[in-house]
Design a protein around this ligand. Structure first.
Ligand code: ADP
Length: 270
């Protein structure tokens, strides 16, 4: 068969992108964009990686806020649309930069969303990236199918997979099962599940309160039953909210998701 010209163009655009991480969630508001943005910051900070963050949540793009880049304009260099540089390790691209008004509702039907996503993957010039992190809308919709259809042929020999974010409640976990099944169906490997808003540690007395009482071991139990990796828990934490709203990296993420003590992680950030 004749090579598809769009796939050929995508392959050329992604030739120097080494790993792709698609961030998914069953429901909105569980912290998917927050985790995507913090993961992007930390891969750059902790490992010195070159990271790109692509926001394809067309109806609710939050990456410009989470990276303090609201209102930036997109320029076209000779090579293509230039992502916005957040710091020396992180560059981002979002539909949010192209909307005239923050409060405008984006009511786009599938074909228009698909053509925007196609433009993102054919026009943006990321250059060399160790990781491209893709923040997607909640659930599984047109956007997910479009991006995967466009990218998959170019990523055949590269590590590419999904990180699924959930809160511990059973209603959220039920949707994660659907996300995992979706990944199996489209043969997207599941890198793992993150349980967000998992408990609240009182800043005063340091006692942890389990706000949501998951049955069957929460996200960890569900990941085990579905034979996918469990990546860790992130607590409800006001510092994470503040860092996110100010478009900053949150030191606690490293501490929570690894064995580095929080104090040490905070010192590393300074
Ligand atoms: P999603 O992308 O799943 O819709 P967001 O990342 O936009 O969710 O997060 C929704 C809200 O919850 C934001 O205000 C965010 O700051 C807050 N949030 C996310 N994770 C946490 C957490 N671990 N602790 C406290 N607030 C959080």
């Amino acid at each position: 068969a004749a090579p598809n010209p769009i796939h050929a163009r995508v392959a050329e655009r992604f030739a120097n992108v080494k790993n792709v991480i698609v961030v998914l969630s069953g429901k909105g508001g569980v912290g998917k964009s927050t985790v995507a943005a913090q993961l992007a910051y930390h891969l750059g900070r902790a490992y010195g990686a070159q990271v790109g963050l692509l926001d394809i949540d067309i109806c609710g793009p939050s990456v410009p806020t989470l990276t303090s880049t609201k209102g930036h304009e997109i320029h076209n260099s000779g090579l293509g649309w230039e992502p916005v540089m957040v710091n020396e390790n992180l560059s981002v691209m979002s539909i949010g930069y192209m909307l005239a008004d923050d409060d405008a509702a984006v009511i786009w039907r599938g074909p228009r969303k698909n053509s925007m996503i196609q433009q993102f993957v054919t026009e943006v010039w990321w250059g060399e990236l160790d990781y491209l992190i893709i923040d997607t809308p909640p659930g599984t919709s047109d956007e997910h199918l479009s991006i995967l259809n466009l990218l998959t042929p170019s990523l055949k020999n590269k590590p590419c997979g999904a990180v699924i974010v959930s809160t511990p409640q059973e209603v959220a976990l039920a949707d994660v099962r659907k996300e995992i099944n979706f990944c199996h169906k489209v043969t997207l490997p599941v890198f793992g599940v993150v349980e967000n808003m998992s408990g609240f540690v009182c800043p005063g007395c340091k006692t942890e309160t389990t706000i949501f009482h998951p049955s069957n071991g929460g996200a960890r139990g569900m990941a085990e039953r579905m034979s996918v990796p469990f990546l860790g828990r992130l607590p409800l934490d006001m510092h994470l909210v503040r860092a996110s709203e100010e478009g900053r990296c949150w030191a606690g993420m490293v501490a929570q998701m690894s064995d580095i003590p929080a104090d040490e992680a905070a010192q590393k950030e300074q």
